[in-house]
Design a protein around this ligand. Structure first.
Ligand SMILES: Cc1cc2nc3c(=O)[nH]c(=O)nc-3n(C[C@H](O)[C@H](O)[C@H](O)COP(=O)(O)OP(=O)(O)OC[C@H]3O[C@@H](n4cnc5c(N)ncnc54)[C@H](O)[C@@H]3O)c2cc1C
Length: 405
């Protein structure tokens, strides 16, 4: 390994560790090509070279429900058209119903005068588009594939040594490196943990009937099962959250047996399951960093918080973090204030932590409420769903949250 003391570090204002959806978006939000402008110099470090090409008519196993607020953010970044040209499937309705009774709720974008409730986009499309866009900026250097081996704070700078020996220095180090964040662990920031004791089984399926541009979710006693439309017709991505041992069993079934169980669990709402692709499992944890910032350090996206996928909000919260952090940094920079000072960064933490906490706690309550089949509670929950369905202000409140407002 290179001796850090003997090498002159490459100097940056900001080093972002993790070039996934959130880190890539942050780099683009700070990207600048205006000549003579006092642009911030950014290093983006990503450990994994994500695919930029794939067979036609193939679908990524990982998809995200992108809220209208996140879509607006992509438009501001100048990447939405590129995403849409590859594939982004709008959903105009959402149907949620309870396996333990007759309660259900239905959202329709027409009720609130919106064109849709959001878009389902494959993660690889978002990743590719953001990284390609980041490459177009003069003020961004991308280190990929590369990972940091160590970092230390030294004279108001973070010094970062990469695996290949490159030494970087930055006034601000941002951890956008996901739920297992190396940056968060190195900075000794602890997390509060809510182990939902569930695992999500994810796959792509083809159904007999078209998905009707609807996001479907059935609450089973073992966890929620979601069908999300990924193409224009009858291909959906499913996220089946269930007990961990049950998820293992579902993944071991052959395709015919899996399709049969899925049809039963989903009450054949879209007819027969004609095809089911390979299945992958993701353990589900609610996790919240005790602090988002320290002097010269900030955490964004899953590095700061992970949430149950049942409401499709995880990466949308991450994009909201990015917009807030970018604004705080650019405002401080324009005012010639230090971008890495605790005072500057606290503005970001104060703005985002409350919102994220609210969403994390709401998901915890939903998960507990719907995976409890005690008869009294089950009836109450079904009455609650029906009342919410018929009470316009409550419905509007839920829709506003889902839309990212
Ligand atoms: C089954 C499932 C379904 C979901 N559905 C939705 C949904 O519909 N809508 C929604 O909003 N959210 C959804 N989420 C949540 C969403 O996937 C995450 O919130 C999102 O991926 C977080 O993005 P991120 O960039 O913060 O982290 P990640 O996606 O984890 O990316 C982190 C990046 O950092 C890199 N990295 C990690 N460590 C290092 C290191 N040491 N050095 C360099 N690079 C490093 C990784 O390679 C990766 O590219 C879902 C999650 C799951 C599990």
């Amino acid at each position: 390994m290179t001796n850090a003391a003997q090498v002159t570090p490459k100097k940056y204002d900001i080093a972002i560790v993790g070039g996934g959806m959130v880190g890539g978006a942050l780099a683009c939000a700070l990207g600048n090509n205006i000549e003579g402008n006092n642009a911030l110099k950014i290093a983006l470090i990503e450990g994994y070279e994500a695919p930029t090409q794939w067979p036609e008519n193939s679908f990524d196993l990982r998809v995200s429900a992108i809220s209208p607020a996140s879509k607006c953010f992509f438009e501001t970044l100048g990447v939405w058209n590129a995403i849409r040209e590859i594939r982004a499937t709008a959903y105009t309705e959402m149907h949620i119903w309870d396996a333990g009774g007759n309660g259900s709720i239905h959202f329709d974008s027409a009720d609130i005068g919106e064109a849709n409730l959001g878009h389902i986009v494959e993660n690889r499309i978002i990743n590719k588009t953001l990284i390609e866009h980041a490459h177009t900026f003069d003020n961004i250097d991308i280190y990929c594939p590369n990972t940091p081996a160590s970092f230390q704070f030294d004279n108001d700078f973070a010094k970062l040594q990469l695996d290949d020996g490159t030494l970087l220095q930055a006034e601000l180090l941002v951890g956008a490196d996901g739920g297992q964040s190396w940056v968060r662990q190195q900075a000794d920031i602890s997390v509060t943990l809510n182990d939902y004791q569930q695992t999500a089984v994810v796959t792509n399926i083809t159904t007999e009937h078209a998905h009707q541009h609807t996001a479907w979710q059935r609450f089973l006693a073992s966890g929620p099962l979601a069908f999300l439309p990924v193409n224009e017709n009858n291909i959906s991505s499913i996220v089946w959250s269930t007990r961990t041992e049950e998820a293992e069993r579902l993944c071991e079934l052959d395709e015919t047996a899996f399709k049969q169980e899925l049809e039963i669990a989903f009450e054949k709402k879209l007819g027969k399951i004609l095809h089911a692709g390979p299945r992958v499992r993701f353990p589900i944890k609610g996790q919240h960093a005790k602090n988002y910032v320290k002097p010269h350090l900030a955490l964004v996206g899953d590095a700061a918080h992970t949430i149950h996928p049942l409401a499709g909000q995880g990466v949308n919260l991450g994009f909201a973090d990015v917009q807030c952090l970018a604004e705080v940094i650019l405002t401080a920079h324009a005012a010639h204030k230090p971008i890495g000072s605790f005072k500057t960064l606290r503005r970001f933490e104060r703005t985002r932590r409350g919102d994220n906490l609210l969403m994390l706690e709401a998901m915890g309550v939903f998960k507990k409420l719907f995976s409890n089949n005690t008869p009294g509670l089950r009836e109450l929950r079904n009455i609650g769903l029906d009342i919410s369905d018929r009470t316009i202000p409550i419905k509007y409140f839920f829709m506003a949250k889902a839309l990212g407002r």
